[in-house]
Design a protein around this ligand. Structure first.
Ligand SMILES: Nc1ncnc2c1ncn2[C@@H]1O[C@H](COP(=O)(O)OP(=O)(O)OP(=O)(O)O)[C@@H](O)[C@H]1O
Ligand SMILES: [Mg+2]
Length: 384
């Protein structure tokens, strides 16, 4: 079957050895549109410009090697979704793991076996298509459309957010799953070796377990998010709710040398809300401030201020202000995205869950910040 050029997936071949490029091009050009680069810098430029579906990336190249190219690709939002398969002459588990940890999806060892190369490429593209069909638009594109469409944002319902989260989750879970596939493949290779290296095997088993746990953790967060849907509203005194949350955080604040200032407006009217959900929001905000303050210099007094205010007699506002590192403009664009995190152990769910909980109460959650000058996160709730 002849496939129209424009419909063919694009593959970028990156190798410094011309013979390899020629061979791969010959093997693949009937099915794929081929672009080539013979060094790392050219590969990065082409990847940004052409947006290939997949990159076959040689590891051993003069100048920027394949690992470095992969690191750049995976940190640039324009190229971080492109599948990378490493081409390597050396089939060592260490290299495979290093590449995987950088976000590569697979390895092909030289000399190439045509059927293997084709099958691996086919598998990756199939997986990618499957993910794409789960979300109509690429994840980051959906999110940025959502962010720039203010009307939609205001009316964003819990259900809508769950749709976004589902595509985010598909994206997130694909990473541990790809890692699991490769770790188990590496384990099998080790087991079949003449003298199996049991220590290495144990190391890989631990990594395999960590990835499986991460996938489980993502599912768990999603499940608890869905569960929170049923609201149990009652008349709540916001100042009491704040005091309850403060009690829960006191130890952690002390342990981390954080001074807490609580400024509550007297005689706030009661509000009709789900107390547990609003507590969850406030605890998320306090927890984020605590985590942000852990990065602030030792000689600076770490501080969080929690305030409640009555605005125009019909809205209660709760503010959490910290003097941590704050957020630069780029971060500000991203932090409300489900699964966006800058923390090693973060899930990036706290703010998106909080925002949806507040919006489900007809309120809004916002923030102001300047890099280096702390952050203030605040939510408003209507007085019914
Ligand atoms: N007070 C703050 N100061 C600076 N950065 C913040 C603050 N609060 C949130 N952030 C940034 O926003 C990101 C997203 O926060 P969010 O609460 O959604 O996820 P998380 O804290 O990373 O993970 P988790 O799902 O465990 O809450 C954080 O990773 C952090 O970079
Ligand atoms: Mg958080």
């Amino acid at each position: 079957m002849i496939v129209g050029t424009e419909q063919r997936p694009t593959i970028l071949i990156v190798d410094d050895i011309l013979v390899n490029i020629k061979l791969l091009r010959q093997m693949l050009s009937a099915e794929y549109r081929i672009e080539v680069a013979n060094n790392g810098k050219a590969a990065l430029e082409l990847a940004q410009r052409v947006q290939p579906d997949l990159i076959l990336l040689d590891i051993m190249m003069p100048g920027m090697d394949g690992f470095e190219v992969c690191r750049y690709l995976k940190t640039d939002p324009r190229t971080d979704e492109i599948a990378v398969i490493f081409l390597t002459a050396m089939n060592t588990p260490d290299q495979e793991i290093q590449g995987l940890e950088l976000g590569a999806v697979d390895y092909i060892t030289k000399p190439f076996v045509i059927s293997v190369v084709k099958a691996r490429i086919h598998n990756q593209l199939k997986q990618k298509a499957l993910l794409a069909s789960q979300s109509a638009a690429p994840y980051h594109q959906q999110i940025s459309t959502w962010q720039h469409n203010k009307t939609e944002r205001v009316h964003s319902t819990r259900l809508g957010l769950m749709g976004e989260m589902a595509s985010g989750m598909a994206h997130e879970i694909n990473q541990p799953l790809s890692a699991l596939t490769t770790y188990t493949q590496v384990s099998l290779n080790l087991i079949h070796a003449v003298n199996p290296d049991l220590i290495k095997l144990a190391e890989i088993a631990v990594k395999t377990q960590q990835q499986a746990l991460r996938a489980g953790h993502i599912m768990h967060r999603m499940k608890s998010f869905c569960k929170a849907k049923a609201q149990h509203k009652s008349l709540v005194n916001m100042n009491m709710l704040i005091k309850e949350c403060v009690k829960l955080c006191t130890d952690k604040l002390k342990r981390n040398g954080i001074k807490l200032i609580v400024e509550l407006e007297h005689d706030l009217p009661f509000i009709h809300v789900d107390q547990i959900q609003i507590e969850q929001v406030l605890l998320n905000l306090i927890q984020n401030s605590i985590e942000a303050l852990l990065c602030s210099p030792e000689n600076q007094q770490r501080q969080i201020i929690i305030q409640s205010n009555l605005m125009l007699s019909h809205t209660i506002q709760v503010k959490v202000t910290d003097n941590g590192p704050g957020l630069d403009e780029d971060l500000q664009q991203k932090i409300l995205m489900p699964f966006y995190t800058t923390k090693v152990d973060g899930m990036g769910m706290g703010l998106s869950i909080s925002r949806s909980l507040i919006e489900a109460h007809n309120g809004s959650l916002r923030f102001n910040s300047e890099a280096g000058k702390g952050a203030v996160f605040y939510f408003t709730l209507p007085v019914s």
